[in-house]
Write a protein that binds this ligand. Structure first.
Ligand SMILES: C[S@@+](CC[C@H](N)C(=O)[O-])C[C@H]1O[C@@H](n2cnc3c(N)ncnc32)[C@H](O)[C@@H]1O
Length: 349
Protein backbone atom coordinates (compact mmCIF):
# COMPACT_ATOMS: atom_id res chain seq x y z
CA UNK A 1 0.00 0.00 0.00
CA UNK A 2 2.95 2.36 0.63
CA UNK A 3 3.86 3.18 -2.97
CA UNK A 4 0.24 3.41 -4.07
CA UNK A 5 -0.59 5.72 -1.17
CA UNK A 6 2.47 7.94 -1.83
CA UNK A 7 1.59 8.23 -5.52
CA UNK A 8 -2.00 9.12 -4.65
CA UNK A 9 -1.06 11.56 -1.87
CA UNK A 10 1.70 13.41 -3.78
CA UNK A 11 0.07 13.07 -7.20
CA UNK A 12 -3.61 13.66 -6.47
CA UNK A 13 -4.39 14.73 -2.88
CA UNK A 14 -1.78 17.50 -2.50
CA UNK A 15 -1.50 20.29 -5.04
CA UNK A 16 0.99 22.37 -3.09
CA UNK A 17 2.71 22.51 0.30
CA UNK A 18 -0.21 24.65 1.53
CA UNK A 19 -2.37 21.47 1.45
CA UNK A 20 -0.22 19.66 4.04
CA UNK A 21 -1.99 18.91 7.33
CA UNK A 22 1.09 18.72 9.55
CA UNK A 23 4.55 20.30 9.48
CA UNK A 24 6.42 17.02 8.97
CA UNK A 25 7.13 17.75 5.28
CA UNK A 26 8.33 21.32 5.92
CA UNK A 27 11.85 22.67 6.28
CA UNK A 28 12.56 24.89 9.29
CA UNK A 29 16.32 25.41 8.90
CA UNK A 30 17.66 28.79 7.83
CA UNK A 31 19.53 28.25 4.55
CA UNK A 32 22.95 29.81 3.97
CA UNK A 33 23.28 32.88 1.72
CA UNK A 34 24.52 30.66 -1.16
CA UNK A 35 21.50 28.37 -0.83
CA UNK A 36 19.09 31.33 -0.63
CA UNK A 37 20.68 32.75 -3.76
CA UNK A 38 20.38 29.41 -5.58
CA UNK A 39 16.73 29.05 -4.50
CA UNK A 40 15.99 32.32 -6.29
CA UNK A 41 16.86 30.47 -9.51
CA UNK A 42 14.31 27.68 -8.92
CA UNK A 43 10.98 27.91 -10.74
CA UNK A 44 7.98 28.94 -8.58
CA UNK A 45 5.90 25.92 -9.66
CA UNK A 46 8.70 23.58 -8.55
CA UNK A 47 8.96 25.38 -5.19
CA UNK A 48 5.19 25.25 -4.65
CA UNK A 49 5.32 21.43 -4.66
CA UNK A 50 8.30 21.11 -2.34
CA UNK A 51 7.61 18.73 0.56
CA UNK A 52 11.08 18.27 2.08
CA UNK A 53 11.72 18.15 5.83
CA UNK A 54 15.35 19.33 5.89
CA UNK A 55 18.20 20.93 4.05
CA UNK A 56 20.08 18.32 2.02
CA UNK A 57 23.08 20.46 1.11
CA UNK A 58 26.39 18.93 2.24
CA UNK A 59 29.65 20.87 1.87
CA UNK A 60 32.13 20.86 -1.06
CA UNK A 61 29.71 20.03 -3.87
CA UNK A 62 31.63 21.49 -6.83
CA UNK A 63 31.85 18.91 -9.64
CA UNK A 64 29.97 16.20 -7.73
CA UNK A 65 27.68 13.61 -9.32
CA UNK A 66 24.52 13.62 -7.18
CA UNK A 67 21.50 11.29 -7.02
CA UNK A 68 18.27 12.49 -5.38
CA UNK A 69 16.02 9.65 -4.15
CA UNK A 70 12.36 10.75 -4.27
CA UNK A 71 13.14 14.03 -6.03
CA UNK A 72 9.48 15.13 -6.22
CA UNK A 73 8.97 18.32 -8.22
CA UNK A 74 12.76 18.85 -8.27
CA UNK A 75 13.53 21.69 -5.85
CA UNK A 76 16.57 20.02 -4.28
CA UNK A 77 17.76 18.75 -7.66
CA UNK A 78 17.66 22.24 -9.21
CA UNK A 79 19.23 23.76 -6.10
CA UNK A 80 22.08 21.23 -6.01
CA UNK A 81 22.57 21.51 -9.79
CA UNK A 82 23.78 25.08 -9.24
CA UNK A 83 26.07 24.10 -6.34
CA UNK A 84 27.73 21.22 -8.23
CA UNK A 85 28.16 23.54 -11.23
CA UNK A 86 28.60 22.68 -14.92
CA UNK A 87 31.15 19.92 -14.16
CA UNK A 88 28.72 18.10 -11.87
CA UNK A 89 25.28 16.61 -12.41
CA UNK A 90 22.09 15.71 -10.55
CA UNK A 91 19.79 12.77 -11.29
CA UNK A 92 16.40 12.65 -9.58
CA UNK A 93 14.32 9.48 -9.19
CA UNK A 94 10.64 9.60 -8.25
CA UNK A 95 7.67 7.28 -8.62
CA UNK A 96 4.85 9.82 -8.92
CA UNK A 97 4.15 10.90 -12.53
CA UNK A 98 2.54 14.21 -11.48
CA UNK A 99 5.64 15.21 -9.48
CA UNK A 100 7.97 14.21 -12.32
CA UNK A 101 5.84 16.13 -14.81
CA UNK A 102 6.43 19.36 -12.87
CA UNK A 103 10.17 18.62 -12.54
CA UNK A 104 10.55 17.85 -16.25
CA UNK A 105 8.38 20.75 -17.43
CA UNK A 106 10.97 23.25 -16.22
CA UNK A 107 14.24 21.60 -17.31
CA UNK A 108 14.83 24.03 -20.18
CA UNK A 109 13.87 27.04 -18.05
CA UNK A 110 16.53 26.06 -15.47
CA UNK A 111 19.17 25.23 -18.08
CA UNK A 112 18.72 28.68 -19.58
CA UNK A 113 18.86 30.31 -16.16
CA UNK A 114 22.01 28.41 -15.07
CA UNK A 115 23.74 28.60 -18.47
CA UNK A 116 24.17 24.80 -18.59
CA UNK A 117 22.01 21.64 -18.44
CA UNK A 118 23.08 19.12 -15.77
CA UNK A 119 19.81 17.72 -14.33
CA UNK A 120 17.75 14.74 -15.37
CA UNK A 121 14.81 12.91 -13.84
CA UNK A 122 13.98 9.22 -14.01
CA UNK A 123 10.69 7.55 -13.14
CA UNK A 124 11.31 4.67 -10.75
CA UNK A 125 10.65 3.03 -7.41
CA UNK A 126 13.55 3.63 -5.01
CA UNK A 127 12.85 0.25 -3.41
CA UNK A 128 13.86 -1.28 -6.75
CA UNK A 129 16.78 0.93 -7.75
CA UNK A 130 18.41 -2.05 -9.49
CA UNK A 131 15.72 -1.69 -12.18
CA UNK A 132 16.34 2.00 -12.83
CA UNK A 133 19.57 1.50 -14.80
CA UNK A 134 22.01 3.40 -12.58
CA UNK A 135 25.68 2.43 -12.64
CA UNK A 136 26.98 0.94 -9.35
CA UNK A 137 29.62 3.03 -7.53
CA UNK A 138 28.94 6.02 -9.78
CA UNK A 139 27.65 8.75 -7.41
CA UNK A 140 29.68 11.03 -5.13
CA UNK A 141 26.64 12.03 -3.10
CA UNK A 142 23.11 10.66 -2.68
CA UNK A 143 20.51 12.93 -1.12
CA UNK A 144 16.93 12.24 -0.13
CA UNK A 145 14.45 14.56 1.51
CA UNK A 146 11.49 13.20 3.44
CA UNK A 147 11.06 10.06 1.33
CA UNK A 148 12.48 6.96 3.02
CA UNK A 149 9.76 7.10 5.71
CA UNK A 150 7.21 6.55 2.92
CA UNK A 151 8.85 3.39 1.66
CA UNK A 152 7.96 -0.12 2.87
CA UNK A 153 11.33 -1.80 2.25
CA UNK A 154 13.69 0.70 3.84
CA UNK A 155 16.52 -1.85 4.03
CA UNK A 156 16.46 -2.12 0.20
CA UNK A 157 16.90 1.65 -0.16
CA UNK A 158 19.95 1.78 2.15
CA UNK A 159 21.52 -1.28 0.49
CA UNK A 160 21.03 0.26 -2.97
CA UNK A 161 22.41 3.62 -1.86
CA UNK A 162 25.51 1.87 -0.54
CA UNK A 163 25.91 0.05 -3.86
CA UNK A 164 25.48 3.22 -5.96
CA UNK A 165 27.94 5.37 -4.01
CA UNK A 166 31.59 5.64 -5.00
CA UNK A 167 34.02 4.68 -2.22
CA UNK A 168 34.26 7.77 0.00
CA UNK A 169 30.84 8.99 -1.15
CA UNK A 170 28.00 9.80 1.20
CA UNK A 171 24.27 9.49 1.63
CA UNK A 172 23.21 12.85 3.09
CA UNK A 173 19.50 12.82 3.80
CA UNK A 174 16.69 14.30 5.87
CA UNK A 175 13.82 12.22 7.15
CA UNK A 176 11.34 11.74 9.97
CA UNK A 177 12.05 9.43 12.94
CA UNK A 178 9.96 8.24 15.85
CA UNK A 179 11.00 7.62 19.45
CA UNK A 180 9.39 4.14 19.28
CA UNK A 181 8.03 1.69 16.68
CA UNK A 182 4.79 3.03 15.20
CA UNK A 183 1.93 0.46 15.52
CA UNK A 184 0.99 -1.23 12.25
CA UNK A 185 -2.60 0.00 12.09
CA UNK A 186 -1.26 3.59 12.12
CA UNK A 187 1.27 2.76 9.40
CA UNK A 188 -1.71 1.84 7.18
CA UNK A 189 -3.52 5.17 7.81
CA UNK A 190 -3.33 6.94 4.40
CA UNK A 191 -3.12 10.48 5.80
CA UNK A 192 -0.62 9.70 8.58
CA UNK A 193 1.50 7.79 6.06
CA UNK A 194 1.18 10.47 3.36
CA UNK A 195 2.11 13.20 5.83
CA UNK A 196 5.44 11.38 6.45
CA UNK A 197 4.62 10.42 10.04
CA UNK A 198 3.45 6.84 10.52
CA UNK A 199 6.04 5.32 8.16
CA UNK A 200 8.83 6.92 10.19
CA UNK A 201 11.49 4.58 11.47
CA UNK A 202 12.10 4.15 15.17
CA UNK A 203 15.57 5.75 15.42
CA UNK A 204 17.07 2.57 16.93
CA UNK A 205 15.85 0.53 13.95
CA UNK A 206 17.29 3.13 11.58
CA UNK A 207 20.76 2.81 13.18
CA UNK A 208 20.59 -0.99 12.94
CA UNK A 209 19.37 -0.98 9.31
CA UNK A 210 21.95 1.60 8.21
CA UNK A 211 24.80 -0.38 9.79
CA UNK A 212 23.55 -3.65 8.26
CA UNK A 213 23.53 -1.97 4.81
CA UNK A 214 27.24 -1.15 5.20
CA UNK A 215 27.06 2.35 6.69
CA UNK A 216 28.99 1.51 9.86
CA UNK A 217 28.88 4.87 11.64
CA UNK A 218 25.76 7.01 10.93
CA UNK A 219 26.40 10.64 11.85
CA UNK A 220 23.55 12.91 12.94
CA UNK A 221 23.92 16.41 11.45
CA UNK A 222 20.78 18.26 12.63
CA UNK A 223 17.46 17.43 14.26
CA UNK A 224 14.30 19.23 15.31
CA UNK A 225 11.16 17.99 17.09
CA UNK A 226 8.00 17.92 14.99
CA UNK A 227 4.79 19.48 16.25
CA UNK A 228 1.63 17.78 15.02
CA UNK A 229 -0.85 20.62 14.85
CA UNK A 230 -3.67 18.67 13.20
CA UNK A 231 -5.95 17.56 16.08
CA UNK A 232 -7.06 14.30 14.45
CA UNK A 233 -3.51 13.23 13.59
CA UNK A 234 -2.25 14.24 17.03
CA UNK A 235 -4.95 12.15 18.75
CA UNK A 236 -4.12 9.05 16.69
CA UNK A 237 -0.37 9.45 17.32
CA UNK A 238 -0.63 10.36 21.01
CA UNK A 239 2.36 9.08 22.98
CA UNK A 240 4.75 8.98 20.01
CA UNK A 241 7.30 11.75 19.50
CA UNK A 242 8.65 12.55 16.05
CA UNK A 243 11.76 14.39 14.92
CA UNK A 244 12.99 15.51 11.56
CA UNK A 245 16.69 14.71 11.32
CA UNK A 246 19.49 14.94 8.78
CA UNK A 247 22.10 12.18 8.78
CA UNK A 248 25.21 11.61 6.77
CA UNK A 249 26.30 8.03 6.04
CA UNK A 250 29.70 7.49 4.44
CA UNK A 251 30.56 4.64 2.10
CA UNK A 252 33.93 3.83 3.68
CA UNK A 253 35.18 0.28 4.04
CA UNK A 254 37.41 0.98 7.06
CA UNK A 255 34.81 2.41 9.45
CA UNK A 256 34.59 0.66 12.81
CA UNK A 257 31.39 0.01 14.82
CA UNK A 258 32.40 2.60 17.40
CA UNK A 259 34.78 5.52 17.75
CA UNK A 260 38.29 4.27 18.49
CA UNK A 261 41.13 6.49 19.66
CA UNK A 262 44.44 6.30 17.74
CA UNK A 263 45.71 9.65 19.04
CA UNK A 264 44.94 11.33 15.71
CA UNK A 265 44.03 14.93 14.99
CA UNK A 266 43.13 17.12 12.02
CA UNK A 267 43.64 20.79 11.21
CA UNK A 268 40.99 22.40 9.00
CA UNK A 269 42.47 24.75 6.38
CA UNK A 270 39.34 26.91 6.13
CA UNK A 271 39.07 26.27 2.41
CA UNK A 272 35.56 24.82 1.91
CA UNK A 273 33.48 27.54 0.22
CA UNK A 274 30.77 28.79 2.60
CA UNK A 275 32.38 27.10 5.64
CA UNK A 276 35.58 29.13 5.90
CA UNK A 277 35.51 29.55 9.70
CA UNK A 278 34.06 26.24 10.86
CA UNK A 279 33.61 22.89 9.13
CA UNK A 280 30.72 20.92 10.63
CA UNK A 281 31.23 17.21 10.09
CA UNK A 282 28.17 16.46 12.22
CA UNK A 283 26.30 17.70 15.29
CA UNK A 284 29.28 16.81 17.53
CA UNK A 285 32.17 17.93 15.35
CA UNK A 286 32.37 21.66 14.60
CA UNK A 287 35.98 21.93 13.46
CA UNK A 288 37.37 25.45 13.68
CA UNK A 289 39.87 26.48 11.00
CA UNK A 290 43.51 26.47 12.11
CA UNK A 291 42.95 24.55 15.37
CA UNK A 292 44.40 21.10 16.14
CA UNK A 293 41.23 19.03 16.54
CA UNK A 294 41.52 15.50 18.04
CA UNK A 295 39.42 12.92 16.16
CA UNK A 296 38.60 9.22 16.41
CA UNK A 297 39.65 6.83 13.62
CA UNK A 298 36.21 6.99 11.98
CA UNK A 299 36.10 10.80 11.83
CA UNK A 300 39.64 10.76 10.46
CA UNK A 301 38.52 8.43 7.62
CA UNK A 302 35.44 10.60 6.92
CA UNK A 303 37.82 13.49 6.29
CA UNK A 304 40.90 11.75 4.87
CA UNK A 305 39.23 9.33 2.43
CA UNK A 306 36.52 11.59 1.03
CA UNK A 307 36.26 14.75 -1.06
CA UNK A 308 37.11 16.70 2.12
CA UNK A 309 40.74 15.48 2.22
CA UNK A 310 42.33 18.49 0.41
CA UNK A 311 40.79 20.82 3.01
CA UNK A 312 42.58 19.26 6.02
CA UNK A 313 46.03 18.52 7.37
CA UNK A 314 46.25 15.15 9.11
CA UNK A 315 48.29 14.39 12.23
CA UNK A 316 49.05 10.79 13.26
CA UNK A 317 48.09 7.38 11.86
CA UNK A 318 46.47 4.11 12.94
CA UNK A 319 49.64 2.48 14.31
CA UNK A 320 48.78 2.78 18.01
CA UNK A 321 45.39 2.22 19.67
CA UNK A 322 44.46 4.04 22.90
CA UNK A 323 41.03 2.42 23.49
CA UNK A 324 37.60 3.86 22.90
CA UNK A 325 37.51 7.57 21.96
CA UNK A 326 36.57 9.55 25.09
CA UNK A 327 33.12 11.18 25.02
CA UNK A 328 31.85 9.34 21.95
CA UNK A 329 28.88 7.80 23.73
CA UNK A 330 30.39 4.37 24.31
CA UNK A 331 31.86 3.82 27.77
CA UNK A 332 34.08 0.92 28.80
CA UNK A 333 31.79 -1.75 30.36
CA UNK A 334 34.25 -2.86 33.05
CA UNK A 335 34.33 -1.73 36.66
CA UNK A 336 30.57 -1.05 36.88
CA UNK A 337 29.45 -4.21 38.71
CA UNK A 338 30.90 -3.35 42.11
CA UNK A 339 32.08 -6.95 42.48
CA UNK A 340 35.81 -7.48 42.79
CA UNK A 341 38.75 -5.19 42.20
CA UNK A 342 42.51 -5.53 42.00
CA UNK A 343 42.70 -5.45 45.82
CA UNK A 344 39.71 -7.67 46.66
CA UNK A 345 41.70 -10.90 46.69
CA UNK A 346 39.23 -12.60 44.28
CA UNK A 347 40.57 -15.79 42.65
CA UNK A 348 42.02 -15.53 39.13
CA UNK A 349 39.99 -18.21 37.36
C1 LIG B 1 7.39 14.21 0.95
S1 LIG B 1 7.65 14.15 -0.77
C2 LIG B 1 9.28 14.83 -0.90
C3 LIG B 1 9.64 15.17 -2.31
C4 LIG B 1 10.96 15.90 -2.49
N1 LIG B 1 12.08 15.15 -1.94
C5 LIG B 1 10.88 17.27 -1.86
O1 LIG B 1 11.67 17.51 -0.93
O2 LIG B 1 10.05 18.06 -2.28
C6 LIG B 1 7.91 12.41 -1.02
C7 LIG B 1 8.25 12.03 -2.46
O3 LIG B 1 8.69 10.66 -2.45
C8 LIG B 1 8.18 10.02 -3.59
N2 LIG B 1 8.16 8.58 -3.30
C9 LIG B 1 7.51 7.94 -2.31
N3 LIG B 1 7.76 6.61 -2.36
C10 LIG B 1 8.60 6.43 -3.40
C11 LIG B 1 9.22 5.28 -3.96
N4 LIG B 1 9.02 4.05 -3.44
N5 LIG B 1 10.02 5.45 -5.03
C12 LIG B 1 10.24 6.68 -5.56
N6 LIG B 1 9.67 7.81 -5.08
C13 LIG B 1 8.86 7.68 -4.00
C14 LIG B 1 6.83 10.64 -3.79
O4 LIG B 1 6.38 10.48 -5.10
C15 LIG B 1 7.09 12.09 -3.42
O5 LIG B 1 7.46 12.85 -4.55
Amino acid sequence: MNLENSQNYYGKVLESSADLRTDACCTAEMPSAAVREALRNVHEEVKARYYGCGLVVPQALEGARVLDLGSGSGQDAYLLAQLVGPNGSVTGVDATPEQLAVANAHKDWHAERFGYANVDFVEGDIEKLGEVGLEPASFDIIVSNCVINLVADKEAVFRAAHRLLKPGGELYFSDVYADRRVPEHLQRDPVLHGECLSGALYWGDFERIARAAGFADPRLVTDRPLAINDAEAAAKLAGISFVSATYRLFELAGLEPQCEDYGQAVVYKGTVPGSERIFELDAHHAIEAGRVFPVCGNSWLMLAETRFAPHFDFIGDFSRHFGVFPGCGTAMPFGQSGAGSATSGAPCC
